[in-house]
Design a protein. Structure first.
Length: 359
């Protein structure tokens, strides 16, 4: 295995080359976990993992997560998601909830295991009826973090650029170096800043035409108005900004619209610059692990060849160094309490989710 610094991304980002599945021991996979916690973005280039191996290795670090599944399990009074799935046919689900399950069942990576999956397909490929078979079938995706307007958002994402991926990119932005370069007084303002998140259709998916996809995206990203601190820490304990300004951030608590615009315009001018960004244009079957707490990601390029990737949103509960992503009370303790509850609802049975085909 060889490692080298990814250009951009401040002091973060690591390429891994010449890694083969046959060489992966538990010790080596732990070593890569440490590299990931320290580097926020790790890209294993020319990866030879099968899809099942990719899922299994990812889930050694933590469970697949979904805020929607936690919320709906609780709403209907069940203690875990499998109980919910077994009973869902008897429930009076709302039309939007049914639509979410129908859409998610189409994108779930049952090509890895027909019974249960942690991964979803991300692809422009369509089935014989012209229906989508993956998340985000169309167009560019602007800077965002998955589930960003949720208190219990997934702290990590892995994307396996699997087939017909050349000509497209996944881009990353890290915020820590920018944060550390600010004056002490502005940093302390940022530390106290609370961002208001809300969902607006097509805001970060400008070219996405499918209505069903909008239902998944809204319920995953930010189902209702939500307030979260601007500054938090990654599972590895690195402090930075949870700043999804082109996807769900719509205000600063206590600031007028014009103050919000003035502050965010000035942040954007110095944050969205080359030294903190790296766009990974795929040249081979590459596996990208990326932080979803204090980092943003985006997609550019051509999907017309039938680009196919697999994505898992997950936590890092078996390797993380901190108890809470939130640094200040009451967020910090509340997170520890709620994430435990979340782990009880989702985190067992390999942390892969069942098929929801009984609505
Ligand atoms: Fe994403």
């Amino acid at each position: 295995m060889k490692t080298s610094k990814i250009p951009g991304l401040g002091r973060f980002g690591l390429f891994i080359d010449d890694l083969h599945y046959k060489d992966i021991t538990p010790e080596l996979w732990n070593e890569i976990a440490t590299l990931y916690l320290d580097n926020l973005v790790v890209i294993i280039r020319d990866c030879d993992f099968t899809l099942a191996q990719f899922e299994e290795l990812t889930l050694r670090w933590g469970d697949g997560t979904s805020t929607f599944l936690v919320n709906i399990t609780k709403k209907y009074g069940f203690t875990d998601v499998f109980q919910f799935a077994d009973n869902m046919a008897k429930l009076d689900l709302t039309d939007e909830e049914k639509q979410w399950f129908r859409a998610v069942d189409k994108v779930k990576a049952t090509d890895i295991d027909p019974e249960k999956a942690a991964a979803v397909r991300v692809t422009s490929r369509r089935d014989e009826n012209g229906d989508f078979t993956g998340m985000f079938p169309d167009g560019e995706l602007l800077w965002h973090a998955n589930e960003s307007g949720n208190f219990l958002f997934a702290p990590s994402v892995v994307f396996y650029g699997y087939e017909d991926i050349v000509g497209s990119s996944t881009g990353f932005l890290t915020t820590t170096d920018w944060y550390e370069e600010q004056t002490e007084s502005f940093r302390s303002e940022l530390d106290d800043m609370i961002l208001v998140h809300s969902f607006t259709k097509n805001r970060f998916t400008p070219e996405l035409s499918e209505d069903e996809q909008q239902v998944i995206i809204k319920n995953n990203m930010c189902p209702e108005r939500c307030e979260l601190p601007m500054v938090m820490q990654s599972p590895g304990g690195i402090k930075g900004l949870h700043y999804t300004i082109t996807s769900t951030v719509s205000g600063i608590k206590g600031a007028t619209d014009s103050e919000f615009k003035k502050i965010t315009d000035s942040i954007n001018e110095t944050l969205f610059v080359d030294k903190y960004i790296y766009d990974h244009w795929y040249t081979s079957r590459d596996l990208c692990f990326f932080d979803n707490t204090i980092s943003l990601h985006r997609r550019q390029g051509d999907l017309s060849k039938g680009r196919l990737g697999y994505r898992i949103q997950h936590n890092l509960r078996y390797i993380q160094r901190v108890d809470s992503l939130y640094l200040k009370e009451p967020w910090k303790s509340q997170y520890i309490k709620e994430v435990n509850e979340m782990n009880n609802i989702l985190g067992f049975n390999d942390a892969r989710f069942p098929a929801f085909n009984s609505y």
